[in-house]
Design a binder for this molecule. Structure first.
Ligand code: 13P
Length: 249
């Protein structure tokens, strides 16, 4: 049985005070014990998150990482900084980074390797745009992305990677992929991982779904055979809806 993992990607929301409020509320929620719950607040709220979440089972993640270790890279945050701030997870290659910051599969692959090499867990995002889905090339796009982001990652590390399938057309739009649509792509990813590694490794890799996951659609999505969790945007900004998604597992 694969672990169920729910991560909340806060994106560029919540200042320090608002973050503290949300984290305090999250701490009061009862969360299903068998599920790993992760919050990924903005960098500026990470230390506050560590302070507030002390003694809680909720894990901490970051939304991106620099490829560089240190030095003259204004505005960047290194993996060592994230580690020392208390992060165990790092989202890499989110579609918003691909779209607005032109991140390529190659760069995302290098970031995933950097995260793994430092003992943290990358949550690597893939997913097709609306145009690509309508053009009938979802399979081709997702296959290229998964191959690209996993390139050169050995089997023993591959099992530690979390893949998040986030169809771009479902992000922040309220349009969720139907459970069957999502399962179809998750199965494709699992089959691809089997051919890249082995059935045993593919079976261990957690593949999350992301894109307008809400308390009222989480249960059906999460009950699909190859959907092992969710990467949640909008609905993670309220403690009760995030908790409801965790508890829908
Ligand atoms: P929404 O849940 O707001 O659609 O965002 C999904 C997402 O991009 C999570 O990384």
């Amino acid at each position: 049985m694969r672990k169920k993992i729910i991560a909340g990607n806060w994106k560029m929301n919540k200042d320090v005070e608002e973050s503290a409020q949300l984290l305090e509320e999250l701490k009061k929620q009862t969360l299903a014990p068998g599920v790993t719950a992760i919050v990924c607040p903005p960098y500026t709220s990470l230390t506050e998150a560590v302070r507030i979440l002390k003694g809680s089972s909720i894990q901490l993640g970051a939304q991106d990482v620099s490829l560089q270790d240190d030095g003259a890279y204004t505005g960047e945050i290194s993996i060592r900084m994230l580690k020392s701030a208390g992060c165990s997870y790092v989202i890499v290659g989110h579609s918003e980074r691909r779209q607005y910051f032109k991140e390529s599969d190659e760069l995302i692959n290098a970031k995933a390797k950097k995260v793994l090499a430092n003992g943290l867990t990358p949550i690597v995002c893939v997913g097709e745009t609306l145009q690509e889905r309508e053009g009938g090339i979802t399979e081709k796009i997702v296959t290229t992305q998964v191959k690209g982001v996993m390139a050169g990652i050995p089997a023993e590390d591959a099992a530690k990677v979390i893949i998040a399938y986030e169809p771009v057309w479902a992000i922040g739009t309220g349009k969720t992929a139907s459970p069957a649509q999502a399962q179809e792509v998750h199965k494709l990813i699992r089959t691809l991982l089997t051919s890249l590694y082995s059935a045993t490794v593919a079976d261990e890799i957690v593949v999350q779904y992301g894109g307008s996951v809400k308390p009222d659609n989480a249960k059906e999505l999460l009950s699909q055979l190859d959907i092992d969790g969710a990467l949640v945007g909008g609905a993670c900004l309220k403690a009760d809806s995030f908790a409801a998604i965790v508890n829908a597992c």
